[in-house]
Design a protein around this ligand. Structure first.
Ligand SMILES: Cc1cc2nc3c(=O)[nH]c(=O)nc-3n(C[C@H](O)[C@H](O)[C@H](O)COP(=O)(O)O)c2cc1C
Length: 185
């Protein structure tokens, strides 16, 4: 390859790196989320879009039932028994991220057990963790307190709660929150 071509290629690679973090103040962002019926996923996608974050869906090997009452009962039993469902996949390298958004539906006042398993799998010491949830009235519930107990060496920032029925239509609220946290300008 000619020297000029090598230089152009190197500059292009460098510029694409700069651009992909431009919106998020140069921080490498992960948006990890669990979603059963799609509301939290919609919020997670919007956060990714606005921050240039990478998304990671927390999924259990055994999917949860789609019937509402069945999953509500199952989640109650799992919470009571502190059941740890097995997850489908693992993140390759948590160390590379500066900021980790963690999203979930409020299930019985806190995050689902699958999120607890995810949070227990990695060392989040010194990382900034930003929770967000969708819910039908309980907002973040006791999830932030639970998160602080599980990740005592992380910097937990102000979370965002969005009503499930507004999840697909909350772009402005999400933007205001990200600006307040100084994640975006
Ligand atoms: C198992 C289960 C438990 C729930 N518990 C609560 C709750 O305690 N408080 C609340 O406000 N909403 C509760 N909800 C409603 C969900 O938090 C809400 O519908 C959420 O937006 C679903 O997100 P998803 O589509 O990402 O799964 C519960 C829903 C399910 C399925």
């Amino acid at each position: 390859m000619k020297p000029k071509l090598i230089l152009i290629t190197m500059l292009t690679i460098l510029m694409s790196g700069i651009q992909s973090h431009a919106q998020s103040n140069g921080k490498k962002i992960l948006v990890a989320y669990f979603s059963h019926s799609g509301n939290t996923r919609a919020v997670a996608y919007d956060i990714c879009k606005k921050t240039d974050g990478e998304s990671f869906e927390i999924q259990t090997i055994k999917p949860y039932p789609t019937d509402y009452n069945t999953v509500v009962d199952q989640a109650k039993r799992e919470l009571k028994a502190d059941y740890r469902p097995e997850l489908k996949s693992k993140l390759k390298n948590i160390k590379q991220y500066d900021v980790i958004f963690i999203g979930y539906p409020n299930w019985w006042g806190t995050y689902p057990q699958a999120v607890k398993v995810f949070l227990s799998q990695y060392d989040f010491s010194g990382k900034t963790i930003i929770p967000f949830c969708t819910h039908e009235g309980s907002e973040l519930g006791r999830s932030v307190a639970d998160l602080k107990k599980l990740c005592p060496k992380s910097h937990i920032q102000e979370g965002l709660a969005i009503r499930g029925s507004s999840a697909h239509n909350s772009g402005d609220k999400i933007e205001d929150w990200l600006k307040k946290l100084k994640i975006i300008k």
